[in-house]
Design a protein around this ligand. Structure first.
Ligand code: SF4
Length: 475
């Protein structure tokens, strides 16, 4: 074995949890003397997989086949597979792809750096499978991002992952902090509880230590991350701190200007958390609240354990607490048994709530979930037609929500200079307002650095973004 060549490349699919895991793994490897390299030059290529989307196994197999054909001249090269598909397929990868030397499940990311080290040094001949579910949240060493960078990925409530097939994108000044693992809900269509295990809350002291360390590195915005953050602390691993209490403590950390959280299950959104939107100025007026369907009959079949009345009551309470709150959601069309009338109720719910954006999907069977045995299945053409109609409505709602921001004030967290510079006028920056909307803002002589905040007035709404004018210096 060539122990000197410690180069790696990570390919990530799926939700924020996976992107966050990959981000951590990359930093952990760098802290132990590894360096990043292109996928065809790296000694080790790690594929962090997701099983939420359709035919995930097939996609992973085809990717591994491609990777196995690359880098034949790199001594000691091998592949590692982590995440949800690794949890499901396990040792099966070794039979199919001899180049795979490590498989690690969703609870075992913390052990992956040592395992890779052992394989590269020859201390462990491999192949190695780390697939156990841990009884409690496995502590991870804190490898802080340089300058407070973090991963960029969408929310996730089982059906809502969007593949991200690259290295994690850094967003200066922002960071994700994992507060729990797994889920106890077993929604009929969702594979998450089977591949990520039961819910395990991370002790509040550990969460706060990480937030303080990040704030010390200049992180201004923290997103608390988990499959169902509203039930934080309700499992037997909790230390008595509930989610509202954790939010209060995180918002009180010196230097943290903005706090967000994702993902929420409507059934567990407690009144204290709704109140937090009114009382904690650091808590951003933005909430991703997965609805999935607007028909009570379908919600019941999905096992979501709320109905439209409960959901709309929550929306009203949230808007009373924070009238400018930006609501986004996950929606699924074509669940088994969904009629056109059921689907119309989903459109009605979208109009009633006025979502600023949504992740939407056509239902498809996930082996091992309850809905596989539910009938009748909806024809593919019908599902795609419903999805297209739903997405057309969302475009209208998004345009309306963005147009309503024109004239309003906002505080934008600067991310980078805008990609589209017209060469005339001052340099424009891209950032996000408190609601999570993308805002482009020319700063010109005002300078500006990624991770700074700037007060703006919104002057124009585009299709998926806003344009603002700075009304002060970046700070
Ligand atoms: S709440 Fe339901 S959809 Fe979300 S992760 Fe848990 S089981 Fe999946």
């Amino acid at each position: 074995m060539n122990a000197e060549n410690k180069t790696f490349h990570i390919l990530t699919f799926g939700c924020q949890m996976n992107v966050h895991d990959s981000d951590w793994l990359g930093r952990a490897l760098c802290a132990h003397g590894w360096t990043r390299a292109p996928e065809d030059r790296a000694r080790v290529v790690v594929v962090n997989t997701c099983s939420v989307r359709e035919k995930p196994e097939r996609k992973v197999y085809s990717l591994l086949g491609r990777l196995a054909g690359l880098g034949a001249d790199v001594p000691g090269r091998f592949l590692a597979v982590g995440g949800c598909v690794a949890q499901q397929v396990g040792r099966g990868f070794f039979e199919r792809f001899p180049q795979v030397r490590l498989v690690f499940g969703t609870d075992q990311t913390a052990r992956a750096p040592q395992a890779l080290e052992a394989l590269v040094s020859g201390a462990e001949p491999g192949p190695l499978a780390l697939l156990d579910f841990e009884p409690a949240f496995l502590p991870r060493a804190l490898y802080l991002p340089e300058g407070g960078g973090a991963a960029d990925a969408p929310g996730h409530d089982g059906g809502a992952a969007r593949p991200d097939d690259g290295q994690a994108l850094a967003r200066p000044g922002q960071a994700f902090v994992n507060i729990m693992q797994g889920c106890d809900n077993f929604c009929a269509y969702c594979i998450v509880p089977y591949v990520r295990g039961r819910q395990k809350s991370r002790p509040a002291a550990e969460v706060l230590a990480e937030v303080r360390a990040l704030a010390g590195r200049g992180v201004r915005e923290v997103t608390l991350l988990g499959q169902n953050v509203n039930s934080y602390g309700l499992d037997r691993h909790g230390d008595g701190t509930g989610f509202a209490g954790l939010l209060r403590q995180v918002c009180a950390v010196d230097g943290v200007a903005r706090v967000r959280f994702t993902t929420s299950h409507p059934k567990d959104l407690a009144p204290e958390v709704v109140d937090a939107f009114a009382t904690l100025p650091q808590l951003c007026p933005a909430l991703h609240l997965p609805l999935q369907a607007g028909s009570d009959r379908i919600l019941h079949a999905m096992g979501r354990r709320y109905d439209m009345r409960r959901y709309l009551d929550l929306v009203a309470a949230l808007r009373a607490a924070r009238p400018d709150i930006a609501l986004t959601t996950d929606l699924m069309v074509g669940f088994p048994g969904e009629t056109e009338a059921d689907f119309q109720l989903t459109l009605e719910a979208m109009r009633a709530v006025g979502y600023e954006s949504s992740f939407s999907f056509a239902y498809s069977d996930r082996p091992g979930t309850r809905s596989v045995d539910m009938a009748p299945k909806i024809a593919k053409d019908e599902k795609l037609d419903r999805l297209a109609r739903l997405q057309a409505l969302q475009e209208e709602l998004t345009a309306r929500a963005l147009a309503a921001r024109v004239g309003a004030g906002a505080v934008v967290l600067l991310e980078a200079e805008s990609r589209r510079q017209d060469g005339r006028g001052p340099v424009a920056w891209r950032g996000r307002d408190e609601g999570g909307r993308v805002v482009n803002v020319p700063l010109g002589g005002r300078g500006g650095r990624p991770g700074q905040l700037v007060d703006v007035r919104i002057v124009q709404a585009k299709k998926h973004s806003l344009r603002g004018e700075a009304v002060g210096e970046p700070w």
